[in-house]
Design a protein around this ligand. Structure first.
Ligand code: SF4
Length: 300
């Protein structure tokens, strides 16, 4: 991985109003993400900062005043304590969080102001914040979605080179579930010809179930124009035999509906085999907001 440059910045607002999603607010402590996923939907966002798409994983902006700004926003009388989605355009538990502790301080504020949170991560550092997540669970509600698109090491290493190994994520999820935190797996995004293959889906669902996932969601990768070029260049290097098929499948941002339905059916069948949908006390469907969270992160 290339050397990472961290740039501290200040932000004017902490909570972002979101349109067209089941959640109305999001919060992202960083801009950019060192996890380097080849399919990340947020890659083009660095263009707004006059940087290239390649810089998304190399130049990380750290919103150093985020907790102070968030405290002011949550103190307002107008704040209705609606659910906030954390990590919709960056991973809130990437390496920089170890030093800056922004996500942790924001979680403490959400606890203090009794605001429920749903967060998506591939980072195992979330375990550090078990205590605050327990407090938040008691006072307002917290859901932790672990993005685990595959448990296959070859696919993982190539497609998500900066992330912790999938089994480590699953172990951390298990610890959280044991500690009373609502946590589950988002198989997001599933990649055609790779993690979306039937045997791959079966393996991932089984691993999630074995680690006690309280829900399992999924979605097939979306490739907007910039991301598509970036991802296709990756395929050309790493999986050239898949490129022609992808070109057929992705004439637009979304894979054709029949293909998405086929993959969804594979996931449902694997989940049914693993017992999901039968024991609703332990294993339940994710609520709509978490299913939707899988979209940007498949983008975390
Ligand atoms: S998909 Fe998520 S974890 Fe991967 S680079 Fe993008 S924000 Fe980071």
């Amino acid at each position: 991985m290339a050397r990472v440059e961290y740039r501290e910045m200040t932000c004017k607002s902490a909570l972002n109003r979101v349109e067209g999603m089941p959640f109305r607010w999001s919060l992202n402590p960083f801009r950019g993400c060192v996890h380097g996923c080849q399919f990340c939907f947020a890659l083009p966002t660095h263009r707004y900062l006059d940087l290239g798409i390649d810089d998304f994983s190399r130049v990380i902006f750290v919103k150093t005043n985020l907790p102070e700004v968030l405290a002011a926003e949550l103190s307002r009388r107008a704040w209705k304590r609606e659910q906030v989605a954390i990590g919709t355009a960056t991973d809130p538990y990437q390496a920089a969080e170890g030093r800056y502790r922004l996500t942790r301080r924001c979680l403490e504020l959400f606890t203090r102001f009794r605001t429920p949170v749903s967060l998506v991560t591939k980072g195992t550092l979330v375990l550090r914040d078990l205590d605050v997540l327990q407090d938040l669970t008691r006072r307002a509600g917290a859901t932790v979605c672990f993005s685990v698109p595959t448990t296959d090491h070859e696919i993982w290493r190539r497609t998500e080179p900066g992330t912790p190994p999938p089994e480590q994520r699953l172990k951390v999820m298990k610890r959280l579930v044991s500690a009373g935190i609502r946590a589950g797996v988002l198989m997001a995004p599933l990649l055609p010809g790779l993690s979306a293959d039937p045997d791959q889906i079966e393996r991932t669902v089984r691993a999630a179930a074995d680690h006690g996932a309280q829900f399992i969601g999924s979605n097939v990768v979306h490739l907007g124009p910039d991301v598509r070029d970036y991802y296709f260049a990756f395929l050309e290097r790493e999986y050239p035999e898949l490129l022609a098929g992808y070109r057929r499948l992705y004439g637009t941002k979304y894979a054709p509906k029949p293909y998405q339905i086929t993959v969804e059916r594979r996931v449902q069948e694997a989940k049914a085999t693993a017992g999901y949908g039968e024991d609703h006390h332990r294993r339940v469907e994710p609520p709509a907001e978490e299913r939707q969270l899988a979209l940007p992160i498949g983008a975390s």
